[in-house]
Ligand binder design. Sequence first.
Ligand code: I3P
Length: 109
Amino acid sequence: KKGYVMRKCCMEANGKKTARGKRSWKMYFCTLRDLILYLHKDDSGFRKSQISDNIHNAIHIHHGLATKATDYTKKQHVFRLVTADQAEYLFQTSDPKELDSWINTINFV
Ligand code: I3P
């Protein structure tokens, strides 16, 4: 699965709160492949990227969990992703269908 999303970092690995100034929303082209979410500026960014950049922009979703962020009311169609290492992110999708699709794809991949 792939597509544009907005992403906000909330917690770093080990549940450490993301530093001030690093918690803003940013748009990414998100590609899910082999249990890794790759975040790039656009699709060509993903295709042209070197393995080294990919590692930098990658979120490992194995043993992670995506859930609707019903407590986050500032934006619509947002899900929370908690990873195995206790990092936490919010992702805003375009509509309810995309929201369900990202959540199901991440959880049941
Ligand atoms: C963040 C930015 C985010 C905001 C976040 C701010 O500032 O304004 O939009 O999250 O609030 O820290 P910066 O751009 O300097 O990183 P919300 O949109 O969810 O309010 P937070 O500190 O409550 O995470």
